[in-house]
Design a protein around this ligand. Structure first.
Ligand SMILES: [Zn+2]
Length: 393
């Protein structure tokens, strides 16, 4: 048993000062401080653990520091100099380990557009780390994307939706392909959205030039996520709302936001939070290999990427090529740069993506019964300590 005393617990409904009890890798209770003399609220379990009654309990006094759920990042390509795209087990461990140390306790491995062979090899290789629980699944970002909105994807490798290829990749992933981003205006895209839904894979609308009506048709066909809203999609126009309005207006849809202060301006992030309402914005990093490495020259799939002043762009161009932030940066920027209340920012960094991925019964909030994936923050909201399944890193 581990007892975290006197923290500011960031819960789905708001911040509550109290104790958090961890047992067997799970959250056992969150309640008011045991030392509060006139507490009227009781913990959410029958027991009221006290050190005297729980010999061997490991007690830590947090002195009012914030405790937030471990972050859930549904869109990550790399970090610490490595990429999931390589398909190497060692690289997957390096990327996931780097983001875990920074506070991301649940991560999806995103693959950019590649040849059929390259994607097949990467998906087959990542099924292992996914089965081991190192990553929570695989996200195919492409290859069925719009040429006009290809961003950092190699336009020569983009192709129309191919259901047979998709099913082949999903099969190689042994149930661990969790999401596929596609442009719904391409021929056969809506059939692929339905095939994905049938296979238990979340279809996401992104890298798209679709008008609003086509994006809405994709959501009606079963697509449930908008991939990095605003980026690599037809922009919002007052006479043609495009995928942005279609996604924000649809309560079934979770919208991803790359919250690095570069991809989307803070005022527009604030607007998206307001327009979408509670529980619908998922902060993502879209982090690439350079994350945690500093400026230099890197690769994203087959594309050369240049990082200067932390900003990743395609070599020889101005297209933004993923970010170099961790989810901890995205979370802190939501609070300090955008002005999102801390409980809402934590929801966007953990519970909302967990819900979109269908794993919110296990992770995403500090509620009893869930995995004890949690972070203790410093006064400046930086991550001070990381716990995954009841173990401190
Ligand atoms: Zn991406």
């Amino acid at each position: 048993m581990i007892v975290l005393r006197d923290g500011r617990l960031v819960l789905p409904g708001g911040v509550r000062r109290g104790d958090l009890h961890v047992r067997d890798g799970r959250i056992a209770a969150n309640g008011p401080p045991a030392t509060t003399p006139h507490a009227t609220e009781t913990p959410r379990t029958a027991e009221t653990p006290r050190t005297a009654e729980t010999p061997g309990a490991d007690e830590i006094d947090l002195g009012g520091r914030y405790v937030v759920p471990g972050f859930v990042d549904m869109h990550v390509h790399g970090g610490a100099g490595a990429s999931y795209q390589s398909g190497s087990d060692e690289d997957a461990r390096r990327v996931a380990g780097f983001h875990l140390a920074a506070g991301t306790t649940t991560t999806i491995a995103s693959l950019v557009t590649g040849t059929g062979r390259e994607l097949a090899d990467a998906v087959a290789a990542l099924a292992g780390p996914a089965a081991d629980g190192l990553i929570a699944g695989i996200h195919l970002e492409g290859p069925y994307l719009a040429r006009e909105r290809c961003g950092a994807h190699d336009p020569a490798l983009l192709r129309p939706p191919d259901i047979a290829e998709f099913r082949h990749l999903a099969g190689l992933g042994r149930g661990h392909v969790r999401m596929i981003t596609l442009a719904p205006e391409l021929p056969g895209a809506l059939e692929l959205v339905r095939a994905a839904a049938d296979a238990g894979v979340i279809a996401a609308v992104g890298h798209t030039e679709a008008p609003g009506a086509v994006a809405r048709a994709a959501f009606d066909a079963g697509a449930r996520v908008a991939t990095h809203l605003f980026n690599a999609m037809r922009p919002l126009h007052h006479r043609e709302g495009g995928p942005v309005a279609a996604a924000l207006n649809d309560p079934r849809v979770t919208v991803e936001i790359v919250n690095d202060g570069v991809h989307v301006e803070p005022g527009v992030v604030a607007l998206a939070f307001r327009a979408a309402g509670p529980g619908r914005v998922a902060l993502i990093t879209d982090a690439m290999a350079a994350t945690g490495m500093g400026d230099g020259d890197y690769r994203l799939g087959v594309m050369d990427v240049r990082v200067r002043d932390g900003r990743a762009t395609l070599a020889g161009g101005s297209s933004i090529a993923g970010s170099t932030i961790t989810m901890a940066d995205a979370f802190r920027h939501a609070v300090t740069g955008v002005g999102v209340p801390i409980a809402q920012a934590a929801e966007a960094a953990a519970l909302t993506p967990a819900r979109a991925l269908g794993i919110d019964s296990r992770v995403g909030s500090l509620e009893p019964g869930k995995d004890a994936d949690l972070l203790v923050l410093d006064d400046d909201l930086a991550v001070a300590r990381v716990m995954k399944r009841g173990r401190w890193l």
